[in-house]
Design a protein around this ligand. Sequence first.
Ligand SMILES: Cc1ncc(COP(=O)(O)O)c(C=O)c1O
Length: 360
Amino acid sequence: MSRVYNFSAGPAVLPEEVLREAADEMLDYRGTGMSVMEMSHRSKAFAGIIEEAEADIRELMQIPDNYKVLFLQGGASQQFAMIPMNLMKNRVADYIVTGQWAKKAYQEAQKYGKVNKIASSEDKTFSYIPDCSDLPVSPDADYVYICENNTIYGTKFKTLPNTKGKTLVADVSSCFLSEPVDVTKYGVIYGGVQKNIGPAGVVIVIIREDLITDDVLPGTPTMLKYKTHADAGSLYNTPPAYGIYICGKVFKWLKAQGGLAAMKERNEKKAALLYDFLDQSRLFKGTVRKEDRSLMNVPFVTGDEELDAKFVAEAKKAGLENLKGHRTVGGMRASIYNAMPYEGVQALVDFMAQFEKENL
Ligand SMILES: Cc1ncc(COP(=O)(O)O)c(C=O)c1O
């Protein structure tokens, strides 16, 4: 068996220890004689799995008691609709558009009310985060929306926007659990888990209790009401059980690594290794304004499309996979999520240095 260094933006690398443990438990989960995939979501064994997963993510993120943690389906994209359907009491919301995912959320919300784009970085291909210290927040906005880490462009909000007292809603799909966060600053934090936490099919929504009501937009399907899932402890219908089980294992792995402060330190070290190389390279260059650089997604280019393609192909032969940039941006992108070891980033940097020598 040989494993590659997988720099995919998502679905993405998972901790090897977690995969091994899941493999060991595949046929017989802790004496139940069955796989987690085969068991009832109403069983005692699964109740243990989901309750422990929730307790562990609460501990990791220090989630206060007045927030619910929901394990849902539908991808992060389904939240683009669920958020306005559940939160738009005045039918007004403000969006900060810093990339394609924020833009999609902004467009979807327009189906439900008056949606204002109060800031954007589209003028420079989303290569920076706009100053959000004094935005024209609408007096009647139900919430202000951000995508906190922009997976495609490799930018990250280092300071949260000043929402002038309005509820902050954040898509954290590609920076989930990568560093400590102050949950109290948000009304809703959500993300698809397939980047930093687990297999595709689970979306985690952390939502302040006062935002969970029956007062949703008319016609909101039962399955798209936060209250439906909050009241049922994420077991209103069959949840993505196996995915939740793997997420639970990743939470335990994160705790064993020392929690989110330790992850932040590790992630900063990994990112610095790659960014420092890019900053001195004569062939490769980063595409993002320095102060807005993501710790998780690192786009870079040579400036020559053919050379980019050659790099991606040769890197693959060297066991460094999925380095092609997003189809809308081109170039390269290395996603270096929690489970990517320092050695993986070192191997990438060594390979880049060698490629530079041979191709400059
Ligand atoms: C920041 C962000 N939001 C939303 C999405 C969409 O997620 P999904 O495919 O789970 O709908 C993605 C990624 O694919 C993403 O990176």
